[in-house]
Design a protein around this ligand. Structure first.
Ligand SMILES: O=C(O)CCC(=O)C(=O)O
Length: 318
């Protein structure tokens, strides 16, 4: 396992180790900046593969961030679906035609930036959520978002699915910053053996002194600023610090598959049915949605049985 990061550091805007990519917002399109952008993006790809995460600084510019924040406030004022109200974190699902998803995905250079960061050769968008950490809420427990641990693809080095978490507030250990366990996407750690299954009842009943809620010696806190994003392998163990501040802390979580064409058919068949994606009766192209980002699958639709528990012990083969 590669674990080059030192324990318990705050990887923030000033980190030398953290990958920092100048976001689109013009920079990607500038031929004078083009080369350096690619070099930095490639090192981000290396980070994603080796450590299980990478950072994209300034993924949204301040104006876009403020627009998304307004859209989030509007969404939360109206009656809304709650995908998952787990203790200390709430996820509100977003479909393809939600203005928040459209704002994030309409920029071609932002999509190029994501593709480079992931080393994607056939990037497809799968799902979206607003992830809310209420004021004065305890830590979000250590978990992985991967849902298919009993499939052989879980033990391939490349990520089958990734989450892109874009923060709308400056985050720190005080207000619910994301924390990650580098390398935990490729090899088990001691904590894997004591984690409850994600989304299970036992996960909802964790006391604050449970191992899954605590600081871990090898954790890395991503001190992301508003408009910055983290790209994480779906298998990576992550969670958040408590939000001890008086203000809600919001983030937009979008999930993608970096290489749709290389996914096995059973995964494609499952993922293509995600309710965030357009139904047959909907017309994303007419709504200006980039059709190239939508997964397609001609075979029969079959759902896989969810398997959210990583083995207590595992290690990727080369
Ligand atoms: O809101 C966050 O910072 C993290 C959310 C998260 O870990 C998740 O939804 O899996």
């Amino acid at each position: 396992m590669v674990n080059v990061l030192k324990a318990n550091r705050l990887v923030g805007l000033h980190s030398k180790r953290a990958t920092s990519i100048v976001s689109d917002n013009g920079a990607g399109a500038n031929p004078q900046l083009g080369d350096s952008l690619i070099v930095r993006a490639e090192s981000s790809r290396a980070n994603l593969e080796l450590d299980g995460f990478a950072q994209l600084k300034g993924f949204l510019d301040p104006e876009e961030t403020s627009k998304v924040r307004t859209l989030v406030d509007e969404t939360l004022k109206l009656p809304h679906e709650t995908a998952c109200a787990r203790p200390n974190n709430m996820l509100v699902p977003l479909r393809w035609n939600d203005p928040i998803v459209q704002l994030l995905l309409r920029s071609e250079s932002r999509i190029r930036e994501l593709s480079r960061a992931m080393g994607a050769d056939d990037l497809k968008w799968i799902s979206g959520y607003i992830s809310i950490k209420e004021a004065r809420s305890p830590a979000l427990w250590w978990h992985s978002d991967w849902w298919c641990w009993d499939h052989a693809i879980s033990f391939r080095r490349e990520a089958a699915q990734v989450a892109v978490l874009t923060y709308l507030d400056d985050t720190s250990e005080v207000n619910g910053a994301l924390r990650v366990l580098p390398g935990s996407h490729h090899a088990s750690t001691a904590i894997h053996a004591v984690l409850p299954e994600a989304h299970s009842r036992s996960a909802e009943e964790l006391d604050s002194d449970h191992e899954a809620m605590k600081d871990l010696p090898d954790e890395v806190t991503l001190g992301l600023g508003s408009g910055d994003a983290a790209v994480i392998d779906y298998r990576l163990l992550h969670g958040t610090h408590p939000n001890s501040s008086q203000a809600r802390r919001d983030c937009i979580l979008l999930s993608f598959t970096p290489s749709w064409r290389r996914l096995p058919d059973d995964l494609k068949s499952h993922l293509v049915q995600h309710p965030a994606l357009p139904y047959e009766t909907e017309h994303p192209e007419e709504a200006g949605f980039n059709p190239g980002l939508l997964p397609t699958f001609d075979g029969p639709r079959r759902s896989l049985t969810l398997s959210r528990n990583a083995p207590a012990q595992f290690e990727m083969s080369e």
